[in-house]
Ligand binder design. Structure first.
Ligand SMILES: C[S@@+](CC[C@H](N)C(=O)[O-])C[C@H]1O[C@@H](n2cnc3c(N)ncnc32)[C@H](O)[C@@H]1O
Length: 337
């Protein structure tokens, strides 16, 4: 476990949450026709940030020896080993690739497979991805309102809400890296999945690329939080600036991404320090009525961290370290140290 100074939410994925796929019964989601998208998955109840919605083991899981598209022999052999029910379910999945282009087995694979790591703690460079196709999760269309987390220890994909999702809303997940420029994202979606993405970001690519670049560039500054807490006095400007980043994350629908965890962590720390300073000094830097406040951000960050694979025990440890860091920052500010 890293010290809080080195801490980044990308480091606290754990092995926990061994939930089985029957843990939600009756189903909290439905598979149904979605206009112009084929089938899709729709929430049957309201979900809050962090709620676990689907836990599913793959129909088919293997490690390709080569690039996806040229792995048909290996795919055939993995398919042949499946029990009949799974073969039947696989063949019912969507296929956007005509037979003139590739056999149905490959077309279905290319329309529905996700890359997954063989180990929960793998360094992505050292651990070539496996590929997995799912009965229900492969029905989820592209766009972003869920966090997708592969648990290698239980060979199951977990889908959790990355924001509030009211019943009746379609559940969606990213097919491609959302920080690629919109033109590259759209080209990949068209080439592999054969659709034109009509989400607000892809429809306004220039504005969206600019916002996403700004969020990417904020990474260093957000990681610098510990240094800030030690030396810099909190200011309403810092809060306003970070709330602006939060608004960008929400406008761009990037709550499933690590930048959201970093922004929430920053807001949690800023509001704690400002609140404490306001209590101690009765100046106006602590008036953050427009924000959620310390407890609100802490709650959101906890839900987000757990949905991203952190273990409860590690989250508590990190929260304690963060609180200590903020207490020290407030103490320094009070004593001018
Ligand atoms: C993994 S499947 C998703 C489930 C699929 N809609 C079905 O009927 O089973 C991927 C395919 O769904 C469709 N799709 C996914 N996201 C979409 C979107 N945002 N807009 C339009 N079509 C989409 C595309 O045809 C894509 O190739």
């Amino acid at each position: 476990m890293p010290q809080v100074d080195e801490f980044d939410d990308e480091d606290i994925r754990g092995d926990a949450a061994e939930l089985d796929s029957d843990s939600h019964s009756p189903k909290v989601y439905h598979i149904q026709e979605i206009p112009s998208k084929g089938l899709g998955v729709v929430a049957a109840v309201d979900f809050a940030l962090g709620d676990l919605i689907i836990v599913e083991s793959p129909l088919l899981l293997f490690r390709p020896e080569g690039p996806k598209i040229s792995s048909d022999l290996q795919l055939q052999s993995a398919f042949d080993k499946l029990e009949d029910g799974k073969k039947e379910a696989y063949m019912k999945l969507d296929n956007v690739h005509p037979e003139s282009e590739c056999p149905p087995l490959v077309g279905i694979f290319n329309t529905n497979a996700y890359d997954v790591q063989e180990s929960d703690h793998a360094d992505s460079d050292d651990d070539p991805p496996c590929v997995a196709v799912f009965n229900d999760i492969s029905r989820i269309n592209h766009s972003p309102n869920t966090i997708r987390l592969w648990r290698a220890s239980s060979s199951a994909m977990h889908i959790s809400a990355c924001r509030a999702i009211p019943a009746g809303t379609e559940l969606t997940t990213y097919y491609r890296d959302p920080f690629l420029p919109a033109s590259e994202r759209c080209a990949a979606l068209l080439a592999i999945y054969r659709f034109h993405c009509a989400c607000p970001s892809c429809l306004s690519p220039a504005a969206s690329d600019k916002s996403r670049l700004r969020l990417q560039q904020s990474r260093g500054r957000l990681a610098d939080l510990v240094a800030w807490a030690r030396v810099a006095p909190p200011s309403p400007g810092l809060l306003a600036d970070t709330l602006e980043l939060l608004a960008l994350v929400q406008e761009e629908g990037l709550e499933s991404q690590h930048v959201y965890g970093r922004v929430l962590r920053h807001l949690m720390c800023i509001s704690y320090v400002m609140q404490m300073c306001a209590e101690g000094e009765e100046d106006d830097v602590g008036s953050n009525a427009e924000a959620e406040g310390y407890e609100g951000y802490k709650h959101m960050l906890r839900a987000w961290r757990l949905a991203n694979g952190a273990e409860e025990v590690d989250v508590r440890r990190v929260e304690l370290a963060e609180e200590e860091m903020m207490r020290v920052a407030v103490g320094r500010r009070r004593t001018g140290g």
